[in-house]
Write a protein that binds this ligand. Structure first.
Ligand SMILES: Nc1ncnc2c1ncn2[C@@H]1O[C@H](COP(=O)(O)OP(=O)(O)OP(=O)(O)O)[C@@H](O)[C@H]1O
Ligand SMILES: [Mg+2]
Length: 173
């Protein structure tokens, strides 16, 4: 994909996110800042004033654990592990207070299995999540071409509840 395509398709994906009822209901939402050609979340940050949500971003902590700290557009960022930008603010949120996680991914399948970069960061961070619990809601953001027929799913892989692509929202619940 060329950069212009990433930006324009990301805009359509984020448009679906901000019309998605569980997203509108969520008070605290964890998102990510994209690297390479991941779905670009910046259109969401541009809407943050009207959305009135507490947003937070992941930070890689010692022992490769993910922490989440609050982020308001305009706050300072610094480059963390893998060059991913993270908030300078390190006031860790209780992970149990996060209503919805928006996750980047490399691939997904029709069962809601997610393939990440192989570090297991989100799988470890979300290992307490139960698929049928109301909270947190785990949502993958992807371009439709990232769907593959079937991914291997290990016990530690945290399943997605929903995926949002340029074609809309799909539920795996
Ligand atoms: N809940 C867990 N407890 C302990 N180790 C885990 C857990 N989840 C994942 N891991 C470790 O992380 C490794 C990588 O996991 P996996 O291949 O699923 O990564 P991924 O989902 O692609 O990565 P990411 O979540 O960072 O995008 C696993 O082989 C395992 O050793
Ligand atoms: Mg995994």
């Amino acid at each position: 994909m060329v950069p212009g395509q990433v930006a324009s398709i990301s805009e359509s994906i984020i448009k679906h996110v901000i019309e998605f009822k569980p997203f509108l209901m969520a008070q605290t939402v964890a998102l990510y800042l994209p690297v390479d050609n991941e779905v670009d979340t910046s259109p969401l940050l541009n809407h943050h004033k009207i959305l009135e949500k507490k947003l937070c971003l992941p930070v890689v902590r010692p022992e490769n654990k993910l922490g989440f700290s609050q982020f308001k557009p305009g706050d300072s960022l610094q480059s963390g592990v893998y060059g991913i930008l993270e908030p300078c603010n390190k006031d860790w949120l209780d992970i149990g207070s996060i209503d919805m996680f928006l996750l980047p991914l490399v691939g997904f399948d029709a069962q809601g299995t997610r393939l990440g970069y192989g570090g297991g960061y989100y799988d470890r961070a979300l290992s307490h999540c139960k698929k049928n619990a109301k909270k947190p809601i785990v949502v993958g953001l992807a371009f439709q071409f990232q769907e593959v027929a079937q991914l291997p799913c290990a016990d530690h892989d945290v399943p997605l509840h929903y995926i949002v692509t340029e074609n809309g929202v799909r539920s795996f619940l």
